[in-house]
Design a protein around this ligand. Structure first.
Ligand code: C2E
Ligand code: CA
Ligand code: CA
Ligand code: CA
Length: 388
């Protein structure tokens, strides 16, 4: 960060100039002045610790007032570049609202600068569309729970040795007003960014727990007596202090054993806040719940800390199975992961098997469990609600 020094009565910037920087006052005092009919009018006085010129960081509009040192003053210069990367990473909705607020503010001051922001910040224009769409989805999502628009589908997880179903993965679907089913890939991310995920997460845990009894009677396949229901946890659910209580309550309310619930988490979710995530997982595991590491082998993490993670099962993604029949290397990798799981005494589930050939090959590679369209697509239970 570069610093600049101003003497008393020295101008920092002039109204109408293009603004490039914001400034943080380290020591001294700055007057903010507006030129009204040739005379300077004092708008405000700023001192150490205060910031000025910050609007230039957000829009390319000219300075709305002048700034002049009242005494010897030292400033830290903040460039737009400092912020650019952070802005790019921030929520497009927040960026959009910031732009709007700024525009309204300028309008309220009766300042009508040519709208340069839209031509110079093309990325902001795109943001606007994206932000609006997101805001709509977010709004609809926040009502979807009350409107009972969420449903869970269940997909069997089958043990290859005897082809008995040992569990079901609960997969979320959103049935919108128009009856259209929306895939979680299209809305989970939005729900995660807006905290709505916590409430949806609570609903999923209760609903999936309640469904276990109904699954036992509705399912046509061969079912293990102590089968489990597997629930996907989103990264944003880890910081939720209510999570362990909600799980405990669901288990109690629906008369389950804790090991009849499995929680699926991905490596990248754990990595977001590793120590905390691990402690939450320990907590769930000590309650008796199973923990599965989902999408194993697709993250960045090393195997080094696998034994530090409280997990009972590894799940591998469909991508590993996609070319397994034509590619020897793929088979070697699958066999290696299955072996690793066995040696660590973890259960192993290969996801996304669609054909008999795949299932046979997986069996030959030592894979213990398979989940995939071959054994069953995700299905819905009766939607009829039990009386509360
Ligand atoms: P995931 O946890 O890896 O879920 C497995 C996905 O693979 C599911 O997609 C499932 O329908 C699909 N799948 C399973 N077998 C096959 C197969 O043989 N062929 C093909 N083509 N696909 C197969 P889905 O239900 O669309 O879910 C997508 C992702 O959305 C999930 O990936 C998970 O990350 C997320 N998700 C789903 N339900 C929930 C939920 O309740 N909570 C949270 N936080 N995330 C969820
Ligand atoms: Ca999953
Ligand atoms: Ca998965
Ligand atoms: Ca996946």
């Amino acid at each position: 960060n570069s610093k600049i020094n101003l003497a008393a009565n020295e101008l920092l910037f002039r109204e109408g100039e293009a603004g490039q920087f914001a400034y943080l006052i380290e020591r001294g005092r700055i007057a903010i002045l507006r030129d009204s009919a040739g005379e300077y009018q004092l708008l405000s006085e700023l001192g150490a610790g205060e910031c000025l010129g910050e609007m230039a960081l957000i829009s390319h509009d000219p300075r709305m007032a002048s700034a002049m040192a009242l005494e010897d003053t030292t400033l830290t210069v903040i460039t737009r570049d400092h912020l650019k990367e952070r802005m790019a990473r921030s929520d497009p909705l927040i960026r959009h609202l910031l732009q709007l607020t700024l525009k309204r503010y300028r309008q309220s001051l009766g300042q009508t600068f040519p709208d340069t922001s839209s031509t110079q910040d093309l990325d902001y224009l795109e943001d606007e569309q994206q932000a609006m769409q997101r805001m709509r989805t977010e709004h609809d999502l926040s009502h979807a729970l009350d409107k009972q628009e969420f449903i869970l589908h269940y997909q069997p997880i089958v043990r290859l040795a005897d082809r008995i179903t040992t569990g079901f993965e609960a997969l979320l679907r959103w049935r919108r007003d128009d009856g259209q089913l929306v895939s979680p890939d299209l809305f989970i991310a939005v729900a995660e960014e807006s905290q709505i995920i916590e409430k949806i997460g609570h609903w999923i845990i209760d609903e999936a727990s309640q469904a276990r009894t109904r699954l036992a009677s509705a399912y046509n396949g061969k079912l293990s007596e102590d089968f489990y229901v597997s629930i996907n946890l989103a990264a944003r659910q880890f910081p939720d202090p209510e999570l362990p209580g909600v799980v405990q309550e669901a288990i109690r309310r629906h008369g389950l054993l804790a090991q009849q619930l499995q929680m699926e988490v991905t490596e990248s979710q754990i990595l977001e806040n590793r120590e905390h995530a691990i402690s939450v997982l320990h907590n769930l595991q000590s309650m008796g719940c199973r923990i599965a590491l989902d999408d194993f082998g697709t993250g960045y993490s090393s195997l080094a800390y696998l034994n530090r993670l409280p997990v009972d099962a590894l799940k591998i993604d469909k991508m590993f199975l996609d070319d397994m029949l034509s590619d020897q290397a793929s088979r070697t990798i699958i066999a290696g992961m299955a072996r690793l799981a066995r040696d660590l005494q973890l259960s192993f589930i290969a996801e996304g098997a669609e054909t008999e050939q795949q299932v046979e090959a997986l069996s030959a590679l030592g894979v213990e469990h398979v989940q995939g369209f071959f054994f069953g697509r995700p299905f819905a239970l009766e939607t009829k609600k039990e009386p509360a």
